[in-house]
Design a binder for this molecule. Structure first.
Ligand code: A3P
Length: 274
């Protein structure tokens, strides 16, 4: 099928490797993979499946734009190539580097309620460490210091301070070049968010409500079209450990001022619980 051919990176007549015109820059654990796979349902989207770390890794960036272009998938000239690397969001260098490659780049930023993002981040790291036989302290111990404060030197807590990380992006790019997607809505009602992205990328309307169906076993929406259906891997939509609800409230109170700032900077109130 056409799909298998793509996977094998067979080259169709009239295709070439192109630099991405759109990037999913983050935020880690907010639904970046779901966003990329859902967008890829669109025939005018060509995804780059692997996270390239081109703009946030000095050595990779030093290889130059031609090197990066040659890593991209083949695409038709009416297709948008999309690359995703969630760590671009927290990179100081990425905004200017991206701008120097393409000043009209379309940036996709997906966010999620920040305390839940910390728990999701913790769970991913815990799972991967435990698979290597390393035990991980409980969530409460990672997030709260012995003095009883929120541990803001814990990386997962830092990443959820969206207001801090968005500043360099807003200095370099026009606000209209950044679409902010609500990851909590993407979980419950993917079509609503994907439709916004479809418009933002100036794609002809193609994706419909029918491309998504709720899978009871998975507990999440999965994707389908005429030729295939798929759910994300088991590592997406993991069960989280039960944690002390007081710790979650502490976290939410901690993030509240950052969230207010973020709402003001991006001009959208996500109404995350405080
Ligand atoms: P959890 O595994 O903590 O539930 P990322 O791809 O950026 O790492 O984000 C992973 C998160 O995507 C998952 O976090 C999950 O909540 C969310 N997600 C959103 N839509 C999903 C879908 N249709 N299937 C699976 N996970 C989805």
């Amino acid at each position: 099928t056409l799909y298998d051919a793509y996977r094998k990176r067979l080259r169709f007549r009239g295709t070439q490797r192109r630099l991405p015109q759109s990037l999913i820059i983050g935020v880690r654990k907010c639904g970046t993979r779901a966003l990329l796979e859902m967008l890829n349902l669109h025939p005018h989207v060509q995804k780059n499946g692997v996270e390239m770390h081109f703009f946030d890794d000095d050595e990779r960036f030093a290889n130059g734009f031609e090197w990066y272009r040659k890593k991209m998938p083949y695409s038709f000239d009416d297709q948008v190539t999309v690359e995703k690397t969630p760590s671009y969001f927290i990179s100081r260098e990425a905004p200017a580097r991206i701008h120097s490659m393409n000043s009209s780049m379309k940036l996709l930023l997906i966010v999620r309620e920040p305390a839940m993002r910390v728990l999701s981040d913790y769970t991913q790291i815990k799972d991967s460490k435990e698979r290597k036989g390393i035990t991980v302290p409980p969530f409460e111990q990672k997030v709260i210091t012995p003095e009883g404060e929120v541990n803001d030197s814990y990386k997962a807590v830092k990443i959820s301070q969206y207001a801090v990380h968005i500043i360099p992006w807003l200095r370099v790019f026009k606000r209209e070049q950044i679409l902010i997607i609500d990851g909590d809505v993407l979980i419950k009602d993917p079509f609503t968010e994907i439709e916004k992205v479809q418009k933002f990328l100036n794609l002809p309307p193609y994706i419909t409500e029918d491309n998504f169906y709720y899978n009871d076993t998975k507990g999440f929406y999965c994707m389908r079209n005429e030729t295939f259906q798929k759910c994300l891997a088991d590592s997406k939509g993991r069960p989280h450990p039960h944690v002390d609800p007081n710790v979650m409230s502490r976290l939410r109170r901690f993030f509240a001022p950052f969230n207010e700032q973020f709402y003001n900077m991006v001009g959208h109130n996500f109404s995350w619980p405080t």
